[in-house]
Every structure is written in C-alpha cells, then in structure tokens.
Design a protein around this ligand. Structure first.
Ligand SMILES: Nc1ncnc2c1ncn2[C@@H]1O[C@H](COP(=O)(O)OP(=O)(O)OP(=O)(O)O)[C@@H](O)[C@H]1O
Length: 424
C-alpha cells in the first residue's frame, strides 16, 4: 500500500469525492511514485492537465472511473461511482481489463442509461421549443424488420432519441449489424420507421420528406454515379435538385469542384467511368454538400482513399460542418477522432454511450501508461526502483505517457454491450 501513502485512508474516502480531492487523486498516485518526473509532465504536458480537468468533470457527473498506473507501480486505485476503490496490483488490473472485466465493468450499462435519459430529456425540451438550431432530432425512432421466411422479427433500432446542434459532426461508430444503416435509411427516407420519427430542419420525416430533400445531402456508402456523365454534370444535376439555377448554380458547382480538388486539370469534364475510386469518393462528398444542405449524412466517406486524398477530404468535411449538422458513420477511429465533435457507439440497435473522444477515453479507458527508456545495464535497478530518484540514479533517455486509444474504448463498449445482450 506504499503508493497510497499520501492519500487519506480508504474508509474516509468511501463517500462522495470533492473536486479538490479528485485532482489530488489523479495526481497524487503518480506524484508519490515519481515526483520529479511527473512534475515535469504537469508543467510541460497540456494533455495531462486537460485530462485532470476532464477527470473532475466526469466525476461530478457520478459515473466515471479513473485509475492511474505505470508499468512499474505496484498498487492501484480507481474511482467508481465517486467512491475510491482499491483495485489491487497492476498485474491484476491489466489481466482483468484484458479479460473485459474489472475496472469499470459495471459502468457501460450505467453510462448508457444516463446518456439515454439525458438525450430523451433534451429531445423533449427541444420539441416543446420548436427550435431550428438543432437540424437533426430523432424522437424515439424505432425500426423492426418483420419476421420473414422462418426468421424472427429483428429489432434494428430500439427507440433512439438524439439531438444534434448546427455545427456538429456526430460520429456513429458500431460493429457490423449494429443498426447504423437502418437508422440512416429511415432519416433519408429510404425506409419508414416502425414507430417514432425524426425532425430534420424542424420538418417531420413522416410527412415532409419532399421538402426535407431540398436541405439534405447524402454521401452513400457506395458511390451512386453515372459512368457516362462528367463530374461537373453530376454536380449540375444535383445542384438543380436543390433548386439552384443560373449563376448561383455555376458558382456552387465551381466552388464544390475546387473544395474537393477536382477543378484543375480538366478532371471535372471527364466521364466518371474514367475516374479512380478516390476521385469518385471525392465527387460523392461534393454532391452531398452542394446546394448548402443543413443536414448531411456521410457513410464512411473516406473508405478506399489514399492518405493524401483522405486528408484533403477531411479538410472539406471540417470546413463543411461549420454551418450544418453532419452524421458520419465510420469504422476508422482516426477519422472519428479527426472529424467528429461527438461520438456515439451503437451496438444492437442502441447507443451505448455518447461523448467526445476525450470523454469516452476518460470514461471507459481511465488509465495512463507511463514508460521510461533507459540503458539495459540499468534493468535491475529499474525493476527495483520507485522512480523517485530515477533521474539521479540512471540516465533516462526518454519518457512517455500514453492514453487509452479510441479503439480500446470501442472494443470495450461493443464487447460489454454484446455480452450483456447475450446474458439478458
Ligand atoms: N431488410 C432487412 N430485413 C431484415 N433484417 C435486416 C434488414 N436490413 C438489416 N437487417 C438486420 O438489421 C440489423 C442491423 O443492420 P444494419 O445494416 O442497419 O447494421 P449496420 O450497423 O449498418 O451494419 P454494417 O456496419 O455492417 O453496415 C442486422 O442484424 C441486419 O441483419
């Protein structure tokens, strides 16, 4: 229990944790182990500071967990539901995390319930206000595919409530078969909801789809392009569908071609049949944004693009989200982190959690890994060291502090939700 020396006894912390103590808990554990090295982090590393601030915020909302540990630190603690919990040794924690159990095991279902209730309350409040600052509002949207050919009925979307403000790109992550496409297909009018509805720009998808189309853009998973038309002709066609005419139409098409790098070199006037996969994808994104739609759905927009084209496309999306709401589905955690202001992990027809990448990492990851690099001659000393005097005892070539990745979060949430569904 050496590592908890500077903390008050566990029993005095088993009730609500004050914000000052939250910060202390976050830093004390490391500081007791490596005061000089971690002090350097605090002065030099903004990320750590931001994470500590985040820790305070999530703890206040009562469902966060946090553990701080390093490769060499023997003992660990965490905070679960605002209670300090003795988590045992790092070896123990590492193996339980890799088994999908242990720290935060009970949190996904709690977080899911909190997110569901908060989203529902927000939607109810917005529906009373009839505001347009939230271009996308899902109101208890549900999709059940009826039983067919001996197969039972399938609940693809289990009553989703969600509100997206203007300026937000919302990332919809989820394993195959989670229900993402079913959700989007309802919102773009391809299928009817079994119950519930959605309001796009304040208009009900059940009654006003024709009007909604004029302010909606869609970048489908597979490019829906005509091989014998040019890129420019595609944009002119879709621009007209959005009621653009004359000078405004030509200007929008030129702007659009420039934004996705198809303006120069005559590419825009070649038949789409001659385009590479990357150019087709960029054209699909340009089509989804022409005519200034306020609601845009993008299904894996950068799939199949090389890194340079992908970065170009990401700049287009970042620019585009300023004045609209975008729902983007992706299997790329990198894309999600770069583009999305908030992320939702969708499993078995329901959102398991919502938050920005940092929040989700803090909530489901809750760990840092502290590594130092030194000469192999010092190996034994490192094994036995507590790091307090590490730098004075041997040369530290490098040190690093690694946060949980979004991929870790995704795997944990998806696996946790699927395990609960199998048991229930
Ligand atoms: N027309 C349909 N009839 C019956 N079941 C369907 C139908 N379409 C989808 N499903 C089922 O509904 C569930 C959700 O499917 P959906 O395609 O929405 O998932 P997804 O998250 O988009 O998956 P992916 O990432 O693979 O595209 C799956 O179990 C799927 O088999």
């Amino acid at each position: 229990m050496d590592s908890l020396q500077s903390l008050p006894p566990l029993s005095t912390l088993s009730t609500s944790v004050s914000s000052a103590l939250n910060a202390k808990l976050g830093t004390n554990h490391d500081l007791t182990q490596a005061p000089s090295i971690v002090a350097e982090f605090l002065t030099q590393c903004d990320d750590l500071e931001r994470n500590l601030v985040h820790l305070n915020r999530t703890l206040e909302s009562n469902f966060a967990s946090y553990a701080s540990f390093s490769n060499r630190i023997g003992h660990l603690f965490g905070i679960v539901n605002s209670k300090l919990t003795d988590l045992g040794s790092s070896v123990c924690l590492r193996s339980s995390v890799s088994d999908g159990e242990g720290l935060g095991e009970e949190l996904p279902s709690l977080a899911k319930e909190v997110a569901r209730v908060e989203a529902r309350e927000k939607v109810e409040q917005l529906l009373l206000e009839s505001t347009t600052s939230y271009p996308i509002i899902c109101d208890n949207l549900k999709k059940i595919y009826p039983a067919r050919d001996g197969n039972p009925a399938k609940i693809a979307v289990r009553g989703l409530s969600l509100a997206l403000p203007r300026g937000e790109c919302f990332g919809m992550l989820g394993p195959n078969g989670a229900g993402k496409t079913s959700l989007i297909n309802m919102m773009i009018g391809l299928t009817k909801p079994t119950s519930g509805t959605a309001y796009l720009q304040g208009l009900d998808i059940l009654t006003s789809m024709d009007t909604i189309y004029t302010s909606m853009g869609v970048c489908p998973h597979h490019d829906l392009l005509w091989e014998t038309l040019t890129g420019r002709e595609h944009l002119l066609f879709y621009g007209r569908l959005k009621n653009l005419k004359g000078f405004a139409l030509n200007q929008a098409v030129e702007g659009s071609l420039k934004s996705v790098n198809l303006f120069h070199g005559g590419v825009a006037d070649k038949h789409v049949g001659k385009y590479s996969g990357g150019i087709k994808r960029r054209l699909s994104v340009a089509i989804s944004l022409i005519g200034d739609p306020k609601v845009v759905f993008m299904d894996e927009p950068s799939t199949g693009l090389d890194p340079a084209s992908r970065n170009c496309l990401w700049s287009v999306v970042k620019q585009a989200k300023r004045d609209r709401a975008i729902i983007l589905t992706t299997h790329s955690m990198e894309e999600a982190e770069v583009l999305c202001d908030r992320l939702g992990i969708f499993v078995d027809g329901a959102l398991q959690c919502i938050g920005n990448a940092k929040e989700l990492k803090g909530r489901y990851g809750g760990s840092y890994i502290f590594t130092i690099t030194t000469s192999s001659n010092n190996e034994e000393e490192v094994e036995n060291s507590r790091f307090e005097n590490a730098k004075s005892r041997f040369t530290v070539f490098a040190w690093g502090l690694a946060d949980t990745t979004l991929e870790d979060v995704f795997i944990k949430v998806a696996r946790g939700a699927q395990a609960v569904n199998i048991l229930s």
